[in-house]
Write a protein that binds this ligand. Sequence first.
Ligand SMILES: C[S@@+](CC[C@H](N)C(=O)[O-])C[C@H]1O[C@@H](n2cnc3c(N)ncnc32)[C@H](O)[C@@H]1O
Length: 352
Amino acid sequence: MDKEKVKAFSERVFADMSASLASGMVYVGVKTGLFRAMEGQGAMSCEQVVERSGLQARYVEEWLKGMVASEYLQYDPAQQNYLLPDEHAFMLASDDTDHFAGGLYAMIPVLLAGAPQVAEAFKTGGGVPFGNIGEEGILALDLLNRGAYQHRFVSYWMQSMPGVVERLEVGGRALDVGCGSGHVSTALATGFSRAQVLGIDPDAASIEQARKTAAAAQCGAEFLAVTTTGLLSDASIEPFEFISACDCVHDFPDPLATLREIRQLLTDDGTFLVIEPKVADRLEDNVNSVSTMFYGFSLFHCMTQSLAVDGCGMGACAGPEQTQALLKEAGFGSVELLPIKSQVNLFYAARR
Ligand SMILES: C[S@@+](CC[C@H](N)C(=O)[O-])C[C@H]1O[C@@H](n2cnc3c(N)ncnc32)[C@H](O)[C@@H]1O
């Protein structure tokens, strides 16, 4: 055994442990408003942070120290004060913008709360059902994605499909499958006021949240707690010019069957937009932080919630070749990887 390698790996052990627990502390900072209390304030004493945040002094003190230790905050020992750098505030105190990263940390307690059950499922099979993420999980998913959906979906991402934009500007029908808390449907209904927009999701609690999202935006998006199977069984449903499935194809228990149903719901000249995690096809190309994050999402949520309902457990880490092959197998005649820049997502446009 190489002692130097053991020493180097022990550093890695502590680095990962500290990253995990730093993430928990960041979650608290986002959730309690501590980052927002410090944003743009310059250097602050602990007492000033306590006063501005209205939180308990001893908790705030320990949090500030932990955030200094993990280099999220800067500390001036002479003045004994704390600074949230503007660059960090840009990502952590910027709720509802497309550069807010705080929603990622909101997933930490949600994902790890299910870790004991996931570990058990390694022995017993099955999985942890979607519903186990509870209201906290639905709100975390909402916080994770809503800034990008509000600010990028129509104004940036859809602009790479000019034909779809032109069509929806004059009317037409749009469907968001696996709509979760409804921000894509709301962005579509707000951006294309003449289009009819429907969001569907089998999770009733998500649909309840989606209706609140649309009501807050005063838009006409409608929602149904059904799958595509349910929608197809409704004889009054007409086909859609545009269908999206954002961050959810890999969550479908039977992705191939659902993609085939989506194809049936599309007009002959319609477009299907798929947004999936940005990972590579080959495992050896996934040795990086973004892929590690997605394998964690997959193990603790995406894969296990599918296995919990006897699904195939596709998981969040299919790369572009596998995703395009799946869409082709479902019958889509043309599948294109869209040239949209993103650190975390890949975008596909499929046509019948
Ligand atoms: C990770 S969430 C994404 C939600 C939303 N699209 C977003 O980006 O925030 C995955 C969603 O897929 C939904 N889902 C799972 N199986 C589904 C199915 N067969 N049909 C439609 N939606 C499904 C889940 O209920 C969940 O809301």
